[in-house]
Design a protein around this ligand. Structure first.
Ligand code: IPM
Ligand code: MG
Length: 366
């Protein structure tokens, strides 16, 4: 198959890890006879430096016209002053909104080979296999008014948490549907004891519930959910939640996997291209040093193959190659090893070839 993929390396380790993911996609194309064309654009801090804005119209148009978008990370100390008028993160938020990708899927399934990489006891991690479905284009990230007001000699800052029932319904329905394709359990996370948006959220979840009689539903308050994630993580199947709660809980859930560098995500809309990015940030301190873990980006590429291109066998091959590399002892420094980004990537690329059986590895006898 032919596919046009836009690559947005972004800032910090973004270029390191997207290069790794592109290498893996190129290996998949070779092994399975696909033609993937890659077009690179700038976003975030790099786009601010080049164009004065964190996302150009040209970049957004290119993303919209593509089959899928692969993104690294945005942000860094150079653009961090709280007084800056333009910030790298604005580019990412505008891209998510511009593509209409309201559903952010973040699977968390620790690799057996890495049970020692997590600070949690191995018995707590047994059976952990969850999918966090985070609402991505609403809530406090986008609500208006937003900004600063000067009043009677004081500065006041305002953010607005806001949801309408249609926004809630579509993400919740997806959560139920995904749960019905997994272990039939859905946990809806909110703060309904305090927030009006959460009360509407909970009411909307109850409204959708009758469509999925086979799915067991529970409501959890976000503070309690944060605790349960560490105390009994294996109880979760699909978690559905609003934008900011999902942001916070998935960084916490990354501890279960052992490193935030391992976790991928897919952001999907009703139609149009999906956006694929590791959940980690730009880690400017290790950018270009070869220390970045490429696995989160590579697994995001696997999700791209699955959700945007419908290539399930290829997606599974990439995931198996990652598992095999980790089982074989390949580790970047974040998970206690010494492999560089490049070495880790080569090992995975090599295994993608071996899995299809058509590739003769140059390293086979080493
Ligand atoms: C994430 C990140 C982003 C978010 C930032 C970089 C805007 O933390 O994708 O989780 O908060 O959504
Ligand atoms: Mg985050």
């Amino acid at each position: 198959m032919k596919a046009n993929i836009v690559v947005l390396p972004g800032d910090g380790v973004g270029p390191d890890v997207t290069a790794a993911a592109v290498e893996v996609l190129e290996a998949v194309a070779r092994e399975y006879g696909h033609a993937f064309a890659f077009a690179e654009h700038s976003i975030g801090g790099r786009s601010i430096d080049e164009h004065g804005t964190a996302l150009t119209q040209e970049c957004l148009d290119a993303c919209r016209a593509s089959d899928a978008v692969l993104l690294g990370a945005v942000g860094g100390p150079m653009w961090e002053s709280p007084k800056s008028a333009v910030r790298p993160e604005q580019g990412l938020l505008a891209l998510r909104k511009g593509l209409g990708v309201f559903a952010n899927l973040r699977p968390v399934k620790p690799f057996a080979a890495l049970s020692e990489a997590s600070p949690l006891k191995p018995e707590l991690l047994r059976g952990v296999d969850m999918l966090v479905v985070r609402e991505l284009t609403g809530g406090i990230y986008f609500g208006r008014p937003k900004g600063r007001v000067h009043e009677r000699g004081r500065v006041r800052a305002v953010d607005t948490m806001q949801y309408d029932e249609v926004e809630i319904e579509r993400i919740v329905r997806l959560g139920f549907r995904l749960a019905s394709q997994r272990r039939n359990k859905l946990t809806s996370v909110d703060k309904a004891n305090v927030l009006e948006t959460s009360r509407l959220w909970r009411e909307t979840v109850e409204g959708v519930r009758p469509e999925f009689p086979g799915v067991a539903l529970e409501h959890l308050l976000v503070d309690s959910a944060a605790m349960q994630l560490i105390l009994t993580p294996s109880r979760f199947d699909v978690i559905v939640t609003e934008n900011m709660f999902g942001d916070i809980l998935t960084d916490e859930a990354a501890v279960l996997a052992g490193s935030i560098g391992l976790l991928p995500s897919a952001s999907l809309g009703e139609s149009g291209p999906g956006l694929y990015e590791p959940i980690h940030g730009s880690a400017p301190d290790i950018a270009g040093t070869g220390k970045a873990n490429p696995v989160g980006a590579i697994l995001s590429a696997a999700m791209l193959l699955r959700y945007s291109l419908g290539l399930e066998a290829e997606a599974s091959a990439v995931e198996s190659a990652v598992s095999a590399a980790l089982a074989g002892g390949d580790r970047t420094s974040d998970i206690g090893g010494t492999r560089t980004t490049k070495e880790m990537t080569n090992s995975i690329v090599d295994r993608v070839g071996r899995l299809t059986g058509t590739h003769i590895s140059v390293k086979e006898n080493s």
